[in-house]
Design a binder for this molecule. Structure first.
Ligand code: LLP
Length: 420
């Protein structure tokens, strides 16, 4: 069941609190997270991979609010990070350094140094150049770095092109064909400043079909087994993230089928397994609440202009992503289709097109659903619009995770040069 429900008067609510009341006290646009839902989805994921003894590292890129990370850390989650900044967030929110995995195709020497200084659990390297850099940075500190090699097994994940990472044509991983990855792994094993931690794979995001996972994991197992056959240490296979969610109706994600697949492939193989889910833990437990500014009637079209825009939620604009949109008040009868658009000066600035909506007027509230993943983290201040704030309802209590920045905050980041 969704964390967002309608009360006896038809008002959209979360954890017993009405969204309309939250808007009245905290303003709009506003991200609202259901902490209970995030906790439940993490617990369900962890339970699904418990039979294979998997370690779960929440992919911070999906939602890196300190409050979200801290909630997950309390449930035992580690963190998958892609920058020094995300590492600082993970540490600040209480994730132990040895439960952090550092992914990404372009880590700088400074980021690698900071990770080693913190005592990071695992660095997933993506190229020969990066392995050399990690080795040098570790050598300068007199330490050895735990490094897994991210491989590219050339599997098409059947998802949006901009979030597909599994094919050889992408910038990700080292190809397992042509011996490139095997040669690199042997080099890692001989390097005095690297402890080989194993192999990693991540083929893409919002993957709704299990078949691409099955093919990628099969290839990873085969490759890991071959390396072991040479006597090389391959303790961990990191299976990445990528499980898709239901953006139409917000139905809970079926982690059981995924867990069963993983068990079927890896049971009794002796590898330790790691996971990096992001979207599937947070997407459906977040919404973006927005107030209608005007309703404008164009030629045969109703435009509902709201106070959230592409700078708050970029996914519709960037990926033509669908997010369900609901009135926060009682549903009532539908007037007809409408485009829900923001105030930004671009035609691509919309949250939803051709959506059936009741009669709406200025001040009415709308909820853009399933916005808990890749929402607030991708916000910008385009058009000098301070991005939406973020709150979480957990166990019936409202917590502010991030206040909406003010225009003064934005201007304070800049210098006005004293031109002569
Ligand atoms: N691990 C690695 C190495 C990744 O690159 C990603 C996501 C994940 C884990 C988490 O994947 P998830 O479980 O969330 O699918 N902004 C896009 C999604 C980008 C995903 C990038 N990598 C969107 O809004 O759809």
């Amino acid at each position: 069941m969704s964390s967002f429900t309608r009360d006896s008067e038809g008002m959209l609510s979360v954890g017993g609190l009405r969204l309309a009341d939250i808007a009245a006290s905290h303003g709009t646009p506003l991200y609202v997270y259901a902490g209970d839902g995030i906790r439940d989805d993490f617990t369900r994921f962890a339970a699904a991979v418990a039979p294979v003894n998997g370690t779960v590292h929440f992919a911070l890129k999906a939602n890196s609010a300190l409050g979200v990370i801290a909630l997950l850390a309390r449930q035992g989650a580690g963190a998958d990070i892609v920058s020094g900044g995300e590492m600082e967030r993970a540490l600040a929110a209480g994730v132990a350094a040895d439960k952090i995995v550092f992914s990404g195709v372009g880590k700088t020497a400074a980021e690698i140094g900071a990770a080693l200084d913190a005592g990071i659990g695992q660095i997933n390297a993506e190229s020969q150049q990066e392995i050399e850099m990690i080795s040098q940075v570790a050598a300068a500190r007199g330490v050895t770095a735990p490094v897994a090699l991210r491989v590219n097994v050339d599997v098409a994940p059947k998802t949006h092109a901009k979030i597909s990472t599994g094919q050889r044509s992408t910038k990700f991983g080292v190809s397992t064909s042509q011996n490139e990855a095997a040669t690199l792994y042997r080099q890692m094993a001989e390097d005095a400043h690297i402890t080989p931690a194993g192999l990693a794979v991540h083929i893409g995001s919002q993957i709704l079909d299990l078949d691409p996972f099955e093919r990628a994991y099969g290839a990873l197992l085969e490759f890991g087994t071959a390396l072991r056959g040479e006597g090389l240490p391959v303790p961990i296979l990191d299976l990445g993230g990528g499980i898709g969610v239901d953006y139409q109706h917000g139905e809970p994600t079926d982690f059981t089928a995924y867990g069963a697949l993983v068990e079927q492939i890896f049971a009794d193989t002796g590898f330790r397994l790691g996971f990096e889910p992001g979207r599937s833990i947070v997407a459906n437990s977040g919404l973006l609440m927005s107030a209608v500014i005007h309703v404008k009637h164009g030629d045969n079209k109703r435009f509902v202009i709201v106070d959230a825009a592409m700078n708050d939620l970029l996914r519709p604009t960037l990926y033509e992503a669908h997010h369900a949109i609901q009135p926060v008040g009682p549903l009532g009868s539908m007037e007809g289709p409408a485009d829900i658009v923001g105030p930004v000066c671009e035609t691509g600035d919309y949250l939803g097109l051709d959506r059936m909506m009741p009669s709406l007027a200025g001040g009415d509230l709308l909820a853009v659903m399933s916005a808990g993943a890749y929402g607030a983290v991708m916000a910008s201040s385009y058009n000098t619009r301070p991005p939406a704030g973020e709150v979480m309802v957990l166990d019936g209590e409202l917590h502010v995770l991030r206040r909406q920045r003010s225009v003064a905050d934005l201007l304070a980041e800049e210098e006005l040069p004293a031109f002569t």
